[in-house]
Design a protein. Sequence first.
Length: 177
Amino acid sequence: MDLQKINDGIRLVLEGIGENVSREGLKNTPRRVAEMYHEILQGIDQEPTLEAGFSEEVTDDLIVIRDVPFYSMCEHHLLPFFGKVHIAYVPKSNKVAGFSALTRLVDVFAQRLQIQERLTRNIADAIEKFLSPKGVLVMIEAQQLCVSMRGNKKDSVRTITKSMHGEISSDCLQMFG
């Protein structure tokens, strides 16, 4: 990530909106914003991975991880969106991932310029690729600040996206609405 280019770009944005980039409150803003982008978009430089952490005698057991918090940045407006990720999968060949490994997978994809629909699909596709489960369902509930702060300015809108592969029971589908 080129922090100097980000710094220069933020300086231009501030000048473009008519701000004095030399005033006390703004003189370090370009550097701070560049450092923030480096931190919150670190998933750009990371390869997603998910290993079966252990082999467990499971047959048709459903594994559900709910309410994994995330934040991301909308690639259309460079505004945050955030919420919760819910993951359900049915292991195959006794391949089970650690719960923290699944939450790290969420972070790798979320910490990129992103849209919610792709984020949902990326997580489900990665679980499919790395674990080859009988079925996987990923659902994301999020608030998009581009909807809350601009356009129609609807701050109570929550967006739900789902991505599913393979066999998922009707009980699981009901659990995820």
